[in-house]
Design a protein around this ligand. Structure first.
Ligand SMILES: Cc1ncc(COP(=O)(O)O)c(C=O)c1O
Length: 395
């Protein structure tokens, strides 16, 4: 197999969120010119794997798209992928199909915390974490990441204090981390788990980016940190990012503890989120297969190349912009502090005038100021055009 990731695919003829200026405007509240390069939303511009396309076509040919339920092929596919990619032995009875990872975070917060309880997150982090905590009337407890020698690390002393507050009930971990690109090492996760478990803080680990991990780094599943901790954790994931199928709604939760699993399912039912999409089943089963894995390895090589492209460009052409070396994810976290521009100025120059639509750093909370997040899951020539536009915009 050799996939052409350089191909440009028309996404304006579909209802794709990323490529319509009217929809971007709704998010950013600014006018964006039609020649924008959208590098904001976290989906890639790559065609999804041929094995997924075939599975969907085959399902379309079956003519009826009635109510459906995950069956053995679904559970087998999740178990296979978790074992094959991360060495996790999963019992099918631990798995629940969910619409999305974000809806599952919402379910977990409602199931296992009460209004007013503290939920730890580690900012700067994927913005829906804070949004859900606030919308469910819980409290954001920010265990902000620290930047040490150009690499973000966790603040364990602060975590110890925050977790020991009896009103702190949960941590939502982003592993790998969006937007800072960290792939947490086993020892780091062990320290986090030890503190949380000792203080009865339930661990919810969002591992949606776990497949996109670059050379020299290894994703450790939260379930493999220490089997002794398994009864206090929930793993959430989906093939949506890796295989560019987030529109299919292919989320799942893995919850080894029987009581937690039952409570999660009950809350999902309370929220009428026990809904299944026929095409999600087909999409996940095709993605989590040997053919899907072969495709993913090619995608990973392409993304790794894009990381090198952006690194070299910044070094040679824009040394005043610092990129935090991504260890995983197709999202790059760019630090513009040395230029001294405010967030409004960065928005004006880069997003509005140059029409390179990145995510403004403040979306990710504390520590996001004077940063932008750039999605490099795009053909390399588009990445280069965006970088050239940014270079001109900041001069
Ligand atoms: C860390 C993280 N979790 C979840 C999601 C969204 O996943 P879903 O569409 O399954 O809710 C994203 C998308 O950017 C993400 O970065």
């Amino acid at each position: 197999m050799s996939i052409n990731f350089d191909r440009h695919i028309d996404r304006k003829s579909t209802s794709d969120l990323k490529w319509h200026t009217s929809l971007v405007k709704g998010y950013l509240n600014v006018d964006i010119s039609e020649d924008m390069i959208p590098m904001w939303l976290a989906d890639t511009d790559f065609a999804c794997a041929p094995c997924i396309q075939k599975a969907l076509h085959d399902r379309v040919d079956k003519e009826i798209y009635g109510y459906c339920a995950p069956m053995k092929p679904f559970y087998d596919a999740v178990c296979w992928w978790q074992k094959e990619r991360f060495g996790v032995e999963t019992d099918p009875s631990w798995i629940t199909m969910c619409p999305t990872v974000v809806s599952s975070i919402n379910v977990a917060i409602r199931a296992f915390t009460n209004e007013g309880d503290g939920v730890i997150i580690q900012q700067p982090v994927y913005d829906p974490f804070a949004t859900i905590v606030k919308r469910t009337k819980r409290r954001v407890v920010d265990n902000g990441l620290k930047l040490e020698n150009g690499r973000y690390v966790m603040d364990y002393e602060l975590l110890e204090q925050q977790a020991s507050d009896p009103n702190t009930k949960m941590i939502v971990l982003c592993s790998p981390h969006n937007p800072v690109g960290r792939v947490w090492e086993k020892e780091e996760l062990k320290r986090l788990c030890e503190i949380c478990v000792r203080n009865h803080v339930l661990i919810v680990s969002d591992e949606i980016h776990a497949d996109i991990v670059y050379e020299g780094h290894v994703h450790t599943s939260i379930l493999n940190v220490d089997p002794a901790y398994r009864d206090q954790m929930i793993l959430l994931s989906a093939p949506g990012k890796t295989f560019n199928i987030p529109g299919l709604k292919t989320g799942y939760a893995i919850i080894p503890d029987k009581d937690l699993h039952h409570a999660f399912n009950e809350t999902q039912l309370d929220m009428s989120l026990d809904v299944r999409n026929t095409f999600a089943l087909e999409g996940l089963q095709a993605a989590y297969s040997p053919d899907g894995e072969a495709w993913m390895k090619e995608e990973l090589a392409y993304l790794q190349h894009n990381v090198e492209v952006i690194k070299n460009f910044l070094k040679d052409e824009m040394p005043e912009v610092t990129m935090i070396e991504p260890e995983g994810t197709f999202l790059c976290w760019l630090d513009f502090k040395k230029l001294g521009y405010s967030d409004q100025e960065l928005m004006k120059r880069i997003i509005i005038d140059a029409a390179v639509v990145c995510v403004p750093g403040p979306w990710f909370g504390n520590g996001g100021q004077q940063h932008l997040r750039l999605n490099i899951g795009v053909p390399t020539d588009l990445l280069l055009e965006a970088l050239n536009r940014i270079k001109t915009a900041i001069q």
